[in-house]
Ligand binder design. Structure first.
Ligand code: CP
Length: 307
């Protein structure tokens, strides 16, 4: 039995196979309509979500399976003090696979250790969000036709943004990737990512404050929201929340073939005037999120690809 707790749980070859399966699903959706008949997915969401929870549910329904779960800690027995371990042991009696989001870093790992069904980390605090990364990889591969030799700008809250941490972890395994890390000093990338991931893998990167100056050299610009829910101090959040706003004027500084990604939800960091720019790829990204989650469910449940 396998889990998906971190993008590194799958080798580069396994991720390539999963992305190819997701792409086949995209182009042959009806073929997959019954591959998970009789299977159940539990969605255990202790934190708010729109895309991750609903795309998992949509994915399982599109595969012919069914879904059950809760969308907040308050509506589960966590509110009575039940541990994650006891919850997942219980859910293992009800479902074949579980996707869990929790505010505490490491909670998905704890769940996997008590589980008798595959556990998917749907976001654990400021740590990792591997299925967003699969979504991002599929989006980049579909738009650029490759996952190597490019300059990726990551902009905004690089301290708390778990999607950024997971994406860096995954992308350093591909050749000739360069990162431009664009953040205010208070929201710079955590030192464990800088030292243990970027430097340890000898990946070229630079840390800058200025988005305008970085724009012309980027192949991908990955914008992120300032993570209000992870700040201890509201004053700091208010001071930093609008530190970068991507608008039409800034897009003029970018290459014609630079794509803008964002895991969403956005607040102010991308002006809605950018949405009509052909380089704005964040709603395509949302759609790809369903296909990769379908592919992941099939892979973890060891469901055969239909002919
Ligand atoms: N990208 C993402 O995780 O969105 P949600 O918080 O809406 O699930």
């Amino acid at each position: 039995m396998r889990h998906m707790l971190n993008p590194l749980d799958f080798s580069v070859e396994e991720i390539d196979r999963l992305l190819s399966l997701a792409s086949d699903i995209e182009h042959n959706l009806p073929k997959y309509a019954h591959v998970c008949d009789g299977k159940k997915l539990a969605t255990l969401f202790y934190e708010p979500s729109t895309r991750t929870r609903l795309s998992f549910e949509s994915a399982m329904l599109s595969l012919g399976g069914s879904v059950l779960g809760f969308s907040s800690a308050d509506s589960s027995s966590a509110a009575k003090g039940e541990s994650v371990s006891d919850t997942i042991r219980t859910i293992s009696c009800y479902a074949d696979i579980a996707a869990m989001r929790h505010p505490k870093e490491g909670s998905a790992l704890v769940a996997s250790q008590a589980s008798s069904i595959p556990v998917i980390n749907a976001g654990d605090g400021g740590h990792q969000h591997p299925t967003q990364t699969l979504t991002d990889l599929m989006t980049i591969r579909s738009l650029n036709g490759k996952l190597n030799n490019m300059t990726i700008g990551l902009c905004g809250d690089l301290k708390f943004g778990r999607t950024v941490h997971s994406l860096i972890n995954a992308m350093v395994r591909y050749p000739d990737i360069r990162f431009v890390l664009i953040a205010p000093d208070e929201l710079r990338i955590p030192s464990y990512i800088r030292e243990d991931v970027l430097k340890a893998n000898k990946v070229e990167f630079k840390e800058v404050n200025n988005l305008d100056e970085a724009m012309p050299e980027l192949d991908i610009l990955y914008m992120t929201r300032v993570q209000k829910e992870r700040f201890f101090n509201e004053e700091d959040y208010i001071r930093l929340k609008d530190c970068y706003i991507l608008d039409k004027k800034k897009m003029k500084l970018a290459r014609e073939n630079m794509y803008v990604l964002h895991p969403l939800p956005r607040v102010n960091e991308i002006s809605t005037e950018v949405d009509s720019d052909p380089r704005a790829a964040y709603f395509k990204q949302v759609q790809y999120g369903v296909y990769v989650r379908m592919a992941l469910i099939m892979t973890l449940l060891e469901v055969e690809k239909p002919c």
